[in-house]
Design a protein around this ligand. Structure first.
Ligand SMILES: Cc1cc2nc3c(=O)[nH]c(=O)nc-3n(C[C@H](O)[C@H](O)[C@H](O)COP(=O)(O)O)c2cc1C
Length: 341
């Protein structure tokens, strides 16, 4: 139990016409936070969702995969479509494209540390070129009616942190909400997120700032907020195979007693996820994605290592479904027996 005062910790804010009472955001994660998983996370408590990053150059190529990445659910609002790029022309085009696909806001990625993206001076490499940051934001904001938000890291490396300056540039450009992952680019995913640096951005501007990095449960969410003073929390890797952690964090943000999710019935969630993957991506891609999601869902279960090894070898969809059902339902039975004993 983290807090029992029963009063909301955060006051919320607006993104355009949408009121966000629960500033708990699901982090965009390429290859993970597609529509099926975002909808599950939404139901468990995410108040804001964002699609995976879409390269701005990809949007006019008419690829089915790109369209699928931008698909959003009717019950998902407010939801952002995230775009990345360094060329203002492409960014304008991508922002308009995303707006036409129903995004409530356009999120610009300036946090991606991947070499291929940074080489094109996109993602977190842009943090080294502040005038270009301003130009890209102005281009996106000028191209669409919906709000534009920005996701950044705290700088390129330890010696060139510029999170406050970037935050100010964003606010001056007209960005509606800033998301700060408290790592530099050179940290990649190593070390710890620096929540004080998120606080530096928060102090520098008056637009809502969402803190991100290493929040894994209710306690770390509250600690990140205490240290940074941020207006909201974004959670990424901790939701993998564990979307119910969002319910725990939501309750903490509402000032409610936090219940452990130890007794959660995994199989109904896993089944819903698998069927939605199948519908959204088709059998081949769903089968590939199922391997990583099912492996994550099985973490901490009895006999999970052996199950994962066997599951990775399966190549047909029906076999995957049957194997997952047998594993997760027998887990549930074992848990019931343990509770009854
Ligand atoms: C597999 C993976 C894919 C990611 N893809 C994106 C992405 O497409 N866009 C983005 O802004 N951040 C992306 N991120 C970064 C996350 O949104 C988040 O900032 C980071 O994981 C830190 O938060 P966490 O400690 O809660 O995971 C990705 C992270 C991971 C692990």
């Amino acid at each position: 139990m983290c807090n029992s005062s029963n009063s909301a910790l955060l006051s919320g804010f607006n993104i355009g016409t949408h009121r966000v009472d629960m500033p708990l955001a699901l982090a965009p994660m390429a290859g993970i936070t597609d529509l099926p998983f975002r909808l599950i996370c939404k139901r468990f408590g995410a108040g804001i969702t964002v699609t995976e990053m879409i390269a701005s150059r990809a949007v006019d190529q008419g690829r089915e995969r790109t369209e699928r990445m931008a698909e959003i659910g009717p019950e998902e609002h407010p939801v952002g479509i995230q775009i990345a790029g360094s060329d203002t022309g492409y960014i304008e085009e991508a922002a308009r494209w995303a707006e036409q696909r129903g995004a409530d806001f356009i999120d610009i990625n300036m946090g991606c540390p991947v070499k291929k993206i940074c080489k094109q001076v996109a993602g977190s490499a842009l943090l080294k070129d502040e005038p270009r940051v301003a130009r890209i934001l102005a281009a996106a904001i000028g191209a669409v009616q919906v709000p534009v938000t920005l996701k950044i890291r705290t700088g390129w490396d330890e010696h060139s942190k510029n999170v406050e300056r970037i935050a100010k540039i964003a606010e001056e450009a007209g960005v509606t909400m800033l998301i700060v992952h408290g790592r530099t680019r050179s940290q990649m995913f190593n070390g710890h997120a620096n929540w004080e640096d998120i606080g530096r951005a928060k102090q520098a501007v008056s637009i809502p700032v969402i803190g991100n990095g290493d929040v894994v449960d209710a306690a770390t969410a509250l600690e990140m907020l205490r240290i940074s003073g941020a207006d909201g929390v974004m959670v990424g890797r901790a939701v993998q195979g564990n979307p119910w952690v969002l319910a725990e964090i939501r309750d903490a943000l509402l000032g409610k007693p936090v219940n452990s999710n130890a007794s959660i019935q995994r199989w109904p969630v896993v089944l819903e996820h698998l069927l939605a993957l199948h519908e959204h991506h088709g059998e081949r891609t769903a089968g590939q994605l199922a391997r990583k999601h099912v492996a994550w869902y099985s973490k901490g279960c009895t006999g999970s290592a052996e199950f994962r090894r066997d599951f990775q070898r399966l190549s047909d969809w029906q076999g995957q479904l049957a194997s997952a059902e047998s594993f997760f339902t027998s887990q549930a039975e074992q848990e019931e027996l343990q509770h009854a004993a």
